[in-house]
Design a protein around this ligand. Structure first.
Ligand SMILES: [Zn+2]
Ligand SMILES: [Zn+2]
Length: 212
């Protein structure tokens, strides 16, 4: 395991704060310690991240999660380091992070994307990566990962099964949105087809709101 690096990120400290949040301020921008990447994990420098109700539902408390939590569940960035055993990506490659990792082993993962991964759903509820690991601390206090991503930060350590590599010609602002809007409903082969055609996408073709 590498020594921790200092990152900055948006940490949710309380759920169900009184709106407007500009006054109650449930989220603070803090310095955190980030360890890793461990086996099967990678360090990503975040380029872009999207916001949808998957974050806002945690902020308002309708989807309770462990706190404090570094938010952000749909993001794109550049791989800066890979842990032992990582084979699907290389340093310098752009990746999309998606909010539901797939173990590839459970019964739900055998349904071509129709059912959410059981292990991924469990780790998301616990605020860990798919392996059950946490890599975030703030002043010595553990901080939960959000949906295996925690993309509202300068850097993230994520499980290899939470990412999809994309070409450099896919703009990070487009790639980040695809991480939530489309990928979770698709099989691995479907994702490959999506990214094979992603260069023709125009920003106007991206829905302004996410269904996830
Ligand atoms: Zn989303
Ligand atoms: Zn699974």
């Amino acid at each position: 395991m590498t020594n921790p690096r200092t990152i900055r990120g948006a940490v949710l400290n309380t759920m169900g704060a009184e709106p407007p949040y500009a006054d109650s301020r449930p989220i603070t921008i803090d310095e955190l310690d980030l360890t890793g990447p461990g086996p099967g994990e990678l360090l990503v420098r975040i380029e872009a991240a999207g916001l949808c109700h998957s974050d806002l539902s945690v902020v308002n408390g309708s989807r309770p999660r462990p706190l404090p939590m570094l938010l952000g569940h749909e993001a794109a960035g550049i791989v800066e380091a890979v842990g032992p055993g990582v084979q699907s990506v290389r340093v310098g490659q752009r990746v999309v992070m998606t909010f539901l990792p797939r173990c590839g082993e459970c019964a739900a993962c055998k349904t071509e994307g129709r059912l959410p991964c059981s292990a991924g759903s469990a780790s998301n509820a616990e605020g860990t990566l798919l392996t059950g690991t946490r890599h975030l601390e703030r002043g010595g206090e553990p901080v939960a990962h959000h949906l295996g991503v925690s993309g509202f930060a300068t850097h993230a350590v994520v499980d290899e099964r939470s990412i999809v590599p994309v070409g450099d010609d896919v703009p990070p602002t487009v790639a980040a949105l695809l991480g939530c809007e489309r990928i979770p409903s698709m099989s691995a082969s479907g994702m490959s087809r999506l990214y094979a055609s992603a260069t023709v996408l125009k920003p106007a073709a991206i829905p302004s709101t996410s269904r996830v």
